[in-house]
Design a protein around this ligand. Sequence first.
Ligand code: SAM
Length: 287
Amino acid sequence: MGDLIRPQNTIAVLQKNNFRFQKRFGQNFLIDGHVMDKIIAAANVEKDDYVLEIGPGIGTMTQFLCENAGKVAAVEIDRSLIPILHDTLSSYDNVEIIHKDILKIDLKNFIQEKNDGRPIKIVANLPYYITTPIIMGLFENHVPAESITVMVQKEVAERMKAVPGSKDYGSLSLAVQYYASPQIAANVPPNCFMPRPKVGSAVICLQCHDRPPVQVKNEKILFEIIRAAFNQRRKTLLNALYHNMQMELTKEEILEKIIKLGVPQTVRGEELTLEQFARLADLFEER
Ligand code: SAM
């Protein structure tokens, strides 16, 4: 197993099948065994796990997952990869290859059907053009997942785990940290992929919370405030909320809530913790 990770074997499979890389699908296949080991270790896949792999490519990581998991579902959008996957994964009977766009699958129903609704593990070398919609879709739809271990663009990984006051801190940091605890498992240079991406990459493991670390009366208001606060991040929180929130409130009403929160009225959104955003959301909910 695992022989596809060798660059010469990946090339042989691609040539045998006359495969052409499609830029629009974000295809950069992993060809580095050390990185693969780090992903598998970070994902902590065990024999009774149901694993969803998003974008299996030619099945390099899928082979590793099949060896370690109970069951694997591999969802691939590119039609031309499906016969290749049936070939490279032919010796495994615990894998289901699904030809679909991951963004068009109702994953909550899918997990109900395939794993009786029990939380699954998600592992992927993600197509970078849709990293945020995939991750946010999983969270916002409350897809039952124990962990999400993914290769993403390095900057995106840094944004996910950023803390208040840092330059990378923003709505993605807050959203990810509301649902999970992020930890970077490896930094991955472009030469670990074929073809080489133009950007650096990182493997990030998101351990999903059973319950969010802060409680709010209304999640929608929390995320509306976060979105508005970072829409114009150089503005004060007061101005950003006044100009970007959909709720119709006067500037005085917003100021009153900021004062109630106990922060200076000149504060910027990037200085607030998740806990403070949650308290602010409840102040808006009271209205
Ligand atoms: N897992 C393979 C590897 O590590 O070598 C391939 C990773 S490559 C970065 C991303 C994969 O996601 C490609 O196989 C691509 O065709 C697939 N993909 C792109 N968009 C997708 C979508 N919307 N749904 C499912 N798969 C998608």
